[in-house]
Unconditional design. Structure first.
Length: 107
């Protein structure tokens, strides 16, 4: 069973939602849209680096872009292992919350 950290789950879901347009800036914007908090780029890239090492995402360089001074833009895509990890964490979350009918908080 693959258990993701919360940061991995959030970033993988952002990449999934962005499809072929997932790169640093758009991932950060999607995370903000999803959870209402702007993450530092360092937090995004640290998570991406870890997930690439685990085989959850692939990093793909674009052709050099004139507007970027001839530098490439790096896009991220889910790998089959990354898709499997998302499916498993969705199942885990559903199982965890399945029997919870109401949360009560004490003051």
């Amino acid at each position: 069973m693959i258990i993701l950290t919360r940061a991995e789950e959030i970033v993988l879901l952002a990449i999934h939602k962005l499809k072929d347009n997932a790169y640093g800036v758009t991932i950060r914007e999607q995370v903000y849209e999803d959870i209402g908090v702007y993450w530092a780029f360092g937090a995004i890239y640290k998570t991406l680096k870890k997930m690439k090492a685990k085989g959850y995402v692939a990093k793909i360089a674009s052709k050099p872009l004139a507007e970027r001074g001839g530098r490439s833009k790096y896009y991220y895509r889910l790998t089959p292992v990354g898709r499997e990890a998302l499916q498993e964490i969705a199942h885990v979350n559903a199982s965890l919350w399945d029997s919870v009918t109401r949360l009560e908080f004490r003051k």
